[in-house]
Write a protein of this length. Structure first.
Length: 385
């Protein structure tokens, strides 16, 4: 007998959470699970289309729009889906998805509810009034959740100590990556560089992610400026790539212009070929101020790229300073600049860091391990009805 699972996700953007959910959906044994996904359909835009493409053939798509957080009709749509599809488990991710799933399950006393937490709602970058509403609704809905999955140890502490969720209701499952998909291909790297008019002699330092305050990209730009002005002998051979889109793009472009870095910093906008981009860069910088458990670091680790990242919760569960990457204090552009110079001056050290990072991903952060541990959670819970 199949176990029927309904995943509910806000796929308006295609970031780490969406990529992790897609890998889980693709990795489940379809001989055991019948998978439905309530999300924005392909026709809703490029980024929703990417998520749907990722899970094509692994799940039945149920068109579901979570962009309007006040559309309470979504609650009753979920109840209808649960009854029509005879859903055993609902598994949600994201504040809006969590709210509608939890209330729907509370009204019908079914099915079993699992909630993946990558960022607690109290840390959302929204205005104080909206954040207060989110927190109240989140706390109210938590009573209808049978199991919480957190993607990092620091999130486990927050749920058990701040939210007062009983520890037995929380499981820590690290995000994973499909390691074989991240084998370095030099031909693809050359192709990406050629598209951007970047020669093979250029040392390319990249940052990848949504252009929001959490990602700390102003400090990456400031590090580029420090290196450019340092008089370092090979600074002319270094360029910087910022990959992604978001509300701070205009401000970041203005900062680049004000620092006269237009010839050094390249903005790519949104790219669907993140794996290929990682192949083309020489160093990945993750200057984040806050993270859950970032996928981009895992993906770069799987590709054996040297990584410079901030010493913050989430990242420190992936990278050990000097062993499989370099950690710098947050908001410290000087430290980022020094780390970039160090890795470029000592390419062998960077190569060893990258190989150690790849080994750690293979041992601890494979998609197979993530799927297996998630399935253990499903098997530990009673089926609906």
């Amino acid at each position: 007998m199949f176990t029927n699972i309904l995943y509910v996700i806000e796929n308006e953007f295609f970031g780490g959470g969406e990529r992790a959910f897609a890998q889980l959906i693709n990795g489940l044994d379809k001989g055991k699970y019948k998978v439905y996904v309530a999300c924005l359909p392909r026709s809703s835009g490029l980024t929703p289309e990417l998520f749907v493409e990722e899970i094509q053939g692994a799940a039945q798509i149920v068109p579901f729009d979570l962009r309007d957080q006040f559309n309470l009709w979504n609650i009753f749509r979920l109840i209808r889906i649960v009854k029509e599809k005879k859903i055993d488990f609902m598994h949600s991710q994201g504040a809006r998805a969590d709210f509608f799933v939890r209330i729907a399950a509370g009204l019908v006393k079914m099915p079993v509810v699992i909630s993946t937490i990558a960022t607690p709602v109290e840390e959302y970058n929204v205005n104080p009034v909206k954040k207060a509403v989110y927190v109240v609704l989140d706390r109210f809905g938590e009573r209808f959740v049978d199991k919480f999955i957190v993607v990092a140890e620091h999130l486990m502490r927050k749920l058990t100590q701040i939210h007062k969720i009983p520890p037995h209701k929380v499981a820590k499952i690290y995000n994973g990556v499909d390691i074989e998909k991240y084998n370095y291909d030099p031909q693809i790297a050359v192709s990406v560089r050629k598209e951007m008019d970047i020669g093979p002699q250029v040392l390319l330092v990249g940052a990848v992610g949504r252009l929001t305050w959490e990602k700390g990209l102003p400090y990456f730009i400031e590090a580029a400026k420090k290196i450019t002005d340092s008089g370092w002998q090979i600074t002319d051979k270094v360029k910087y790539l910022i990959v992604g889109e978001g509300e701070l793009e205009g401000n970041l472009r203005l900062k680049v212009k004000s620092l006269r870095l237009e010839e050094k910093v390249i903005f790519t906008g949104f790219r669907k070929d993140v794996r290929e981009i990682l192949g083309a860069i020489d160093i990945l910088v993750v200057p984040s101020l806050r993270e859950g458990f970032p996928m981009i670091t895992l993906e770069a680790m799987a590709m054996a790229k040297p990584i410079i990242a901030t010493n913050i919760d989430g990242i420190t569960e992936q990278i050990t300073d000097g062993i499989n990457g370099i950690l710098t204090p947050p908001k410290d552009s000087s430290a980022i600049a020094q780390a970039i110079i160090r890795l470029i001056n000592d390419r062998e050290s960077g190569r060893k860091l990258g190989l150690a990072a790849r080994k750690r991903v293979e041992q601890e952060f494979s998609v197979e391990k993530m799927v297996a541990e998630t399935e253990k959670v499903y098997l530990s819970l009673p089926r609906a009805g």
